[in-house]
Every structure is written in structure tokens, then in C-alpha cells.
Design a protein around this ligand. Structure first.
Ligand SMILES: [Zn+2]
Length: 429
């Protein structure tokens, strides 16, 4: 038995209440013309039966069919209220099951694109290529459906350890203005909670101010780099949380002080910045390497180079200081760690030490409680660093972001653990 060809096409198009008018091929694209079966309508204002005033053809990007990109042309009815005194006049038919208002993409293609970009991490350009539409059409869909997912009230629950971390600078097109971004992370469970804009702690402070007090009360620990801005945020918004200085940043500070010392001594002894033949320049990698990872050869090479380029022993002192800071983390016992840190800080702050080492000593003294708090809980910004890698990855994928909202949405879809099983039922925003 033969089937009506447009009926066959309607089976393929498979949209609710849709009548297929015709289907054509335009080069590599499939074009499907449809109308709805809505032959009558009542005025939404007064209820009087409406008349069709005209047809408006609206173009939508749809899902590919048999691997062929397809466009849906919806011949929409424009209705007019029959009551001349009614203020409603005219309106165009809408059906959210086919497409959300103001979108240039069908509802199903919009949801599919959101998953391809947000969960699989594909670029908007790439997905637009698959769908045969432009970048904006896909990006608008990712924002509308993605926002509904990431703003879902149950995206994250109770958090016991919260980390603040500066993601660095994000260059946002079109003016390539530089933004300061802070990631707010559940460091216990490795979930990106949010991303805020603003210099220093300003953005994260606002964010915490807007949280439910009961949610904030469950946070027992706050992890941070050695930044007084974040410390002030925690002190103001989570006064009962124990602050933990991230070990990675503490060791990084000691390493950067060693580097500063090396540059200064280089300049003082040779009167110029490091050249490839200078002893101090030649040992810069050996200096930053962990002591236990130096080979016997590497060790004697380091000592010889220091002998040649470090007459007062300043670089050697800074190197020992860096190794002593690293050793702090081999202690398991918190009491022992505090004793060790206090002795170390006092020794490094001694006036006979080079200025860079004294500065390190003062910082250790100032942050002694936060640094040794790690020994009791072992929370670190480690997961935050992992999160930053994810964010860097999506930054590469998208070749820079056009707006902070794009950047935040993409980051949270990718690293914020949204509940993807809600994708089919959420309402785009
Ligand atoms: Zn009316």
C-alpha cells in the first residue's frame, strides 16, 4: 500500500501537530516546509475567534537527517482578532515544543547543541558546522538551555570545604578587555561552583553574601593562596571556617623567592641579566627541581655552579629555604609542623639572611596558622587547579570569549557538574 509522500516526510520530521508542506534539497542542505495543524485560534486577550491575517515564514536550524544538515521553514500564521475594539490586534503563532520564542534553532536541535558544547566540550563553531547554521544560533541556544541547567537550584548541595582561586586573566572580545576571574570551588568534591568577575576578593565576597546562611554554616574549611584579599573575604563571610593555605602556593612562593635571589646576585656579580654561559643562569633549572629528584651528577653540577656564581652564598641560602619549606609537608603531625615552621620562619627572618629570604620568613610567620592548618585536614586547592585546567581547555577550544556570560556558562557546563538528565525537561531561559 502506497503512503502519501508528505505523510512519510511528516513521520521523519516527527514534530507535534505539524503538517509537512514540501521538502527540497538546496545543495548540501535539506529544506523542509511545514505548518501547524492549528486551523483556528481564540484571541488571548478577549477570547473572540481570530482570523488568519497573513503567513510569515520563519527559518529554523534543525537536527541533521541521514547526515544531511536540515532547515525547517515554518509557515507561521499571523492571527488577527475579529473584534475591532480589542487592543490585541495581531499575533504570530508560537509552539515551544517546536522552538522556543526568539530562537533560530528548533527545540530539539538547541538541546542537542547544548550537550555537544557543554558536556562533550566541542567548540560552538564546530557544532555550528555540523548543523549548517551560524555561530550565534548555536551560542544563543547554549546560553538559553545552559543557563537553565547551571542555575538549577540543586546543581550543588552541601559544601564543607570551599576554595577561592584566581584563574588569572581572561581576555574577552571584542575589545580584549582583561578580566580578573575568581573560581569558587567545592574542594572536597572537586566541583566548580561558580566563576565571578572582579578584582581581588570583591566578586567572591558578593557571591558569598548572597548565599543562604544555613548553606554557609556547613562550610568548615576555606582554602586559599597566600592572598590577603581572599583571607578578608573568608573572615567577613565565613568567620567560623578554618583557613588553609594551599601547599602548592606556599612552595611556589619559596621558589619565586629563590628565583628573585638568583636574578639579583647575577646582576650584582656580572652586571647584566642571565646569559646562557653564566653559572647562575645555567643552574636555574637544577635550583627549582626538588632536591630528592636531583641525580648525583646534577647535584655536583649545582654545587660547582653555585661555587662559581654565588660568592656570598645568597642563592644557596634561598635554595635551602625552598627545600626546608617543601620539607614542611613531609611532617604528618600538626604540633610538630607548627614547631618546625616557627623555627624556620625565625631563622629565615634573621638579619644575616638575604632580603628575599627574610621576606619569605616574614610571610611564613604571618601565615603560620593557615599553613599548618593543612596538616590537620589535608584540604588543598588541588582540585581547583584541575578545574583551571578544564577552563584553560575550553578557552583554547573557543579561541577567546566574546563575553563573561559565555565564559561562565561554558565553564560551569563543563566543570560545574550540571545534572544532564534534566536537559530534556528544563525550560530555556
Ligand atoms: Zn481580542
Amino acid at each position: 500500500m502506497k503512503q502519501n509522500p508528505t505523510r512519510t516526510c511528516a513521520v521523519l520530521v516527527d514534530l507535534p501537530d505539524i503538517v509537512v508542506l514540501r521538502a527540497d534539497r538546496d545543495g548540501p542542505m535539506l529544506q523542509v516546509h511545514v505548518e501547524t495543524g492549528a486551523t483556528s485560534a481564540g484571541c488571548p486577550d478577549c477570547g473572540v475567534v481570530a482570523q488568519v491575517k497573513e503567513r510569515v515564514v520563519v527559518k529554523y536550524c534543525d537536527l541533521p537527517v541521514y547526515g544531511v544538515a536540515s532547515t525547517l521553514f515554518w509557515h507561521k500564521r499571523r492571527w488577527r482578532c475579529s473584534d475591532r475594539d480589542c487592543s490585541k490586534k495581531t499575533w504570530t503563532e508560537e509552539d515551544r515544543r517546536i522552538a522556543a520564542p526568539r530562537m533560530a534553532i528548533t527545540d530539539r536541535a538547541g538541546r542537542w547543541a547544548t550537550r555537544a558544547v557543554g558536556e562533550a566540550g566541542r567548540s560552538v563553531n564546530d557544532v555550528a558546522g555540523t548543523l549548517g547554521c551560524d555561530w550565534h544560533t548555536v551560542n544563543d541556544a547554549v546560553l538559553a538551555y545552559g543557563t537553565a541547567l547551571i542555575e538549577h537550584p540543586e546543581r550543588f548541595g552541601t559544601v564543607t570545604a570551599l576554595g577561592l582561586d584566581e584563574t588569572g586573566f581572561v581576555r574577552l572580545a571584542p575589545y580584549y578587555r582583561t578580566s580578573f576571574i575568581t573560581s569558587i570551588v567545592d574542594v572536597g568534591q572537586g566541583q566548580l561552583l561558580d566563576i565571578v568577575e572582579g578584582r581581588g576578593g570583591q566578586g567572591s565576597k558578593e557571591w558569598l553574601k548572597n548565599r543562604d546562611p544555613a548553606w554557609k554554616a556547613a562550610i568548615t574549611h576555606g582554602t586559599l593562596d597566600l592572598s590577603s584579599a581572599y583571607k578578608a573575604v573568608f573572615t567577613a563571610e565565613l568567620p567560623d571556617a578554618t583557613l588553609v593555605a594551599d601547599p602548592f602556593h606556599v612552595v611556589k612562593l619559596a621558589t619565586s623567592k629563590l628565583d628573585e635571589t638568583r636574578r639579583r646576585v647575577q646582576n650584582e656579580t656580572l652586571g647584566h641579566r642571565g646569559h646562557k654561559d653564566d653559572p647562575l643562569y645555567r643552574c636555574r633549572r637544577l635550583l627549582t627541581k626538588a632536591e630528592e629528584r636531583l641525580s648525583e651528577d646534577g647535584r655536583s653540577k649545582l654545587l660547582n655552579l653555585l661555587e662559581a656564581g654565588d660568592p656570598k652564598g645568597d642563592v644557596a641560602t634561598a635554595w635551602h629555604a625552598k627545600e626546608a619549606v617543601r620539607e614542611l609537608y613531609s611532617h604528618q603531625d600538626q604540633e610538630l609542623a607548627i614547631t618546625w615552621l616557627d623555627e624556620l620562619a625565625a631563622d629565615l627572618s634573621d638579619k644575616i639572611r638575604p632580603p628575599e629570604v627574610r621576606s619569605l620568613g616574614r610571610t611564613l610567620k604571618r601565615w603560620r596558622l593557615e599553613i599548618t592548618a593543612w596538616h590537620a585536614c589535608h584540604f588543598t586547592n588541588g582540585p581547583t587547579e584541575a578545574m583551571n585546567n578544564l577552563i584553560k581547555r575550553i578557552k583554547r577550544v573557543a579561541f577567546g570569549f566574546t563575553s563573561f556570560r559565555n565564559y561562565r556558562t561554558r565553564s560551569l557546563l563543563y566543570a560545574g557538574k550540571p545534572n544532564w538528565s534534566l536537559l530534556e525537561t528544563i525550560r530555556p531561559r
